[in-house]
Design a protein around this ligand. Structure first.
Ligand code: HEC
Ligand code: HEC
Ligand code: HEC
Ligand code: HEC
Length: 164
């Protein structure tokens, strides 16, 4: 059954300001459709951010605000997909994801340098000041995704000559 009514309701909820409160589905929910991104993320420190804290520090809201910002509200540890991309409750259905505009309308976020800097600020224990371009390279989980999509697009177009 296509739950058309329910997504319209969702849209209404989002537009009426519930976007902030979109429920997190957890990183496992993205894994099936974005296996390469998921794999790359598991290799990053973000995927283990809460593990850097001692048991006492895991109770400390100050530490959690950057090492597990959705711990107290939603019980999700670490810095996950949805910490950066927004809660997936409304955008992660296949037919929404395929529509870049709709996905953004219902909560998908494009993480900006400013968003990184809410955590990577002067108070974080970094030896060097935060360099956005360098840091992006270090968390690359999109190049493989984009290469695959490009390959798919090429496979879908009848190619006159074989390209290597
Ligand atoms: C049912 C499959 C599915 C699920 C589940 C899913 N996605 Fe997607 N996602 C897609 C598809 C399909 C696209 C369109 C791009 C493509 O074809 O690769 C996409 C695109 C994206 C994009 C790029 C959007 C753009 O326009 O630049 C981001 C970011 C993204 N997804 C994040 C997530 C996150 C985070 C989750 C988990 C909360 C998630 N997705 C769950 C299928 C899915
Ligand atoms: C403003 C955000 C922020 C707050 C608040 C914060 N951290 Fe961090 N923390 C970071 C960032 C960002 C890094 C990674 C720095 C880097 O390597 O560039 C980090 C790194 C660490 C590391 C090093 C992990 C490693 O792999 O070497 C430890 C340990 C740590 N934090 C503990 C804490 C504790 C304990 C608290 C609470 C008292 C805390 N942090 C509060 C942002 C924060
Ligand atoms: C620390 C923040 C952060 C986390 C955590 C994160 N992402 Fe991303 N993601 C980004 C940024 C930033 C970009 C865009 C990079 C660019 O455009 O250069 C991006 C891009 C993407 C894309 C776009 C690829 C395309 O089609 O162009 C997908 C899909 C995606 N992320 C999925 C995920 C999934 C799934 C997870 C968790 C397993 C995740 N991300 C975790 C910040 C994050
Ligand atoms: C919610 C807070 C938060 C946000 C937002 C965030 N980070 Fe992080 N980041 C952390 C924490 C915490 C760590 C340290 C994890 C640990 O080791 O415990 C970290 C670690 C890193 C590291 C690893 C540093 C090292 O020494 O290897 C890189 C690179 C990084 N972040 C890049 C980014 C980029 C790029 C963005 C924005 C697209 C971003 N982060 C957004 C909290 C955040």
């Amino acid at each position: 059954m296509r739950a058309r009514g329910s997504w319209i309701l969702s849209l209404v909820l989002v537009l009426s300001g519930a976007a902030e409160a979109a429920d997190l589905l957890g990183p496992e929910s993205c894994k099936g459709c974005h296996p390469a991104a998921y794999e790359a993320w598991t290799q990053s420190k973000h995927a283990r951010a809460t593990d850097s804290l001692s048991e006492a520090q895991k109770q400390d809201a100050r530490c959690l605000s950057c090492h597990a910002p959705q711990q107290s509200s939603q019980g999700v540890s670490h810095v996950t997909c949805e910490t950066c991309h927004g809660g997936g409750q409304y955008y992660s259905a296949a037919y929404v994801m395929k529509d870049a505009e709709l996905a953004r309308l219902v909560g998908l976020q494009d993480p900006s340098e400013k968003a990184c800097r809410t955590c990577h600020d002067a108070s974080s224990p970094s030896l060097k000041p935060f360099d956005f371009a360098e840091s992006l390279k270090a968390i690359d989980h999109w190049s493989v995704e984009r290469a695959k999509r490009a390959a798919r697009a090429e496979a879908d177009t009848p190619a006159p000559a074989k390209k290597k």
